[in-house]
Design a protein around this ligand. Structure first.
Ligand code: NDP
Length: 326
């Protein structure tokens, strides 16, 4: 028996509770991981509250992320004692996830944690931080450099936003942080933002084109915010879009693309190929200031996770949450 959060939906409404559960037998190709830390992302909050259609089958152990030590392995690439990290692949959605003392995971999903990142730091980073790294890599792949000009990060005080600012700051970029929480200016500047942009500046009905402001963008909000950001991109700028914290819609026009050569680069962490994940974790070990990571993390015990979930959806969580499990 292992302790785990379990989401059940016997009838119309779902419920979540911390329970003792039996894991299914370890299948061929799977690895049993003793979970040391898990975390909470926006998606986990959607799953636990049922506010979004994240969970595909019930009962479900949520948790799209975990870090831990291999206990037993039926996959040739992993052996007892390996330090591993898991992000996405539908875990916590259709395969039992990381908010549990032990997880049975496919070996092909796991990344061996690079030296220089502890099991705890891996979950302070989590899917949010690894996605922030993928966004930075997308900007780089499209030729955006610190010399290109300022980069705007939306949803700045959230998980993806906070890590993106810390990464970009360390890499030498000038970063403008869009936030609806002006009281967090000091926090954002400590992470590496050079200027704060009130959310209202990029809200409301977007014009097809606006004054050119930014060479690159990391957007976690979608909707009118993303449409406004697109209209403010400098010639040949690139927007890495990964989120929908504001809206799933995109009320834009083709003007930024055909008149300014702007690139809209989609970023997905869930099915991202393993080579890109290994590279993203290597880059996180090299390019993320671990003191800044510590400044953005908050600890939530496994038995507090369910009560914390609604705060995410109300935009009341700042930075990253670490859930110690072992
Ligand atoms: P958080 O909740 O930590 O951060 C989201 C931030 O967005 C908030 O802190 C807030 O920042 C801002 N925000 C929230 N609601 C609104 C709104 N209505 N309008 C404008 N801004 C808003 O979430 P994460 O950082 O973990 O994730 C951010 C988004 O990225 C989510 O939509 C998530 O699903 C998505 N995501 C996608 C991934 C992928 O693979 N594509 C992977 C990881 C995340 P502030 O108060 O500073 O304005």
């Amino acid at each position: 028996m292992v302790k785990a959060i379990l989401i059940e939906k016997p009838e119309e409404t779902q419920s979540a509770a911390l329970k003792d559960i039996d894991l299914p037998d370890l299948a061929e190709g799977e690895v049993a991981v003793d979970v040391a830390y898990s975390t909470m992302n926006y998606k986990d909050a959607l799953a636990i509250t049922g506010a979004g259609p994240v969970v595909r089958s019930f009962p479900m152990v949520p948790g799209i992320d975990c870090s831990g030590i291999v206990a037993t392995s039926k996959h040739p690439d992993f052996a007892k004692g390996d330090r591993v990290v898991l992000n996405g692949w539908g875990v916590g959605e259709k395969h039992w996830g990381g908010l549990a003392e032990r997880a049975h995971l496919k070996g092909e999903w796991l990344v061996k944690l690079p030296d220089g990142i502890s099991l705890r730091q891996a979950m302070a980073i989590g899917t949010a931080g690894y996605t922030a790294m993928l966004c930075v890599m997308a900007l780089e792949a499209h030729g955006v450099t610190p010399e290109s000009g300022e980069i705007v990060v939306t949803g700045a005080t959230g998980g993806v936003g906070s890590v993106a600012i810390a990464l970009l700051g360390k890499l030498g970029y000038k970063v403008a942080a869009v936030t609806g929480r002006p009281e967090e200016e000091d926090y954002l500047k400590r992470l590496g933002a050079s200027s704060i942009v009130p959310r209202e500046d990029v809200s409301g009905k977007p014009r097809p084109l606006n004054k050119e402001r930014w060479a690159g963008a990391v957007d976690v909000v979608g909707g009118e915010v993303l449409a406004n950001v697109l209209s403010m991109m400098a010639y040949r700028g690139t927007v890495a879009a990964c989120g929908l914290a504001g809206s799933m819609n995109l009320p834009t026009s083709v003007a930024p693309f055909i008149l300014r050569g702007v690139t809209l680069a989609g970023v997905d962490s869930v099915m991202c190929p393993i080579e890109d994940r290994v590279e993203a974790w290597r880059r996180l070990a090299a390019d993320l200031d671990m003191e800044k990571l510590a400044a953005m993390e908050m600890e939530v015990a496994l038995d507090e996770v369910i009560a914390t979930a609604p705060k995410f959806l109300d935009g009341k969580v700042r930075g990253r949450i670490v859930v110690p499990v072992a």
